[in-house]
Design a protein around this ligand. Sequence first.
Ligand code: BMA
Length: 380
Amino acid sequence: MKRKEYILLCLIPVLATGFSLLNHNNENNDLPSDKHATKETINLYHNLKRVLDKGVMVGHQDDLAYGYGWKYEPGRSDVKDVTGDYPAVMGFELGRLELDHPVNLDSVPFDKMRMFIKDAYKHGSVITISWHLNNPLTGKTAWDPAPGTVASVLPGGEKNVLYNSWLDKVAAFLQSLKSDKGEYIPIVFRPFHELNGSWFWWGGKNCTPDDIKQLYQYTEKYLRDTKQVHHLLYAFNTDKFYSANEFLERYPGDDYTDMIGFDIYQRGSNGEFMKDANNMLFMLDSIASAHNKIPALTEFGYGGLPDATWFTSTLLPVLKMHKISYGLAWRNAGAKQDGSTEFYLPYKGHASANDFVKFCNDDRIWLQKDATKENLYKKQ
Ligand code: BMA
């Protein structure tokens, strides 16, 4: 061996140590969008990344509040009734908190919601919160697409003061979410969801991409810097999208986002769903790695579950092909006041209950006990 080669060989361990130190430092420098996030929030952020390769967490909106044919029965959950375990991710919704209502738009009392969130945290589940806030310009619902609404809440707009007062209420609720030990409960906050669609006042053709980017950034800065809320990870999510450009058109930027995802509901055949979900997940995978974000299926469902083997034949093969932090199934509202019925996960006795159990028994699919084992709020 030549002297030069010998020196180079000797350098390998030195370089390797250098690289691993660098990597270690990188991990320490890899902070959520809120650089002053609480310890538990930073831990959750790192742990969600750490377990990405291991499993996909099953989530369910309003799981502890009600299910198909029941409401507010302590400890009850449709997922628990069917599988024996709770979801690894619990979704909640703030709509109407901005109006000082004691219950949200789906009739869940905010004081009960706080208890459910405490319980989910205690058991190691991830908590995510959405906000179907009313239209501040017209006073109608989130689904009122009056043009100009987004511009009206930005600084200088006629509804900016009103919007700030709504954020004050959201901040107060979020800051009331503390464990028995007194630490703030980390929340994956998912404001302005499905923002490439035009059904909400903050979406699609109802505002410009620049307007909604500004609103997202403004909201985050207000909660974080003005209100000092430091226990949030921010999830950005679209509805169905066809290209990375479309996905990123309204993206508020890497400094404002921790998680990225999309909402998907099956409305056609199983094959179409698989094709669409796969296409979007491939794009999401690559956007997430390019931007160092956590990919998730922020909402999914096949309303009414008309196919008894959908979970194992259609959803599972798709999930297995990708890195996804979690999939949040939307709410099991059951019979609604308008005469319709809504549910996305099976309840006890439903034709797809056995198939859902099979799905959850797959090593890659996690319920609460799997999440608990990973200690997602502790430094590893
Ligand atoms: C929708 C439906 C509605 C509900 C809303 C907000 O998709 O489930 O019934 O009010 O979400 O949770």
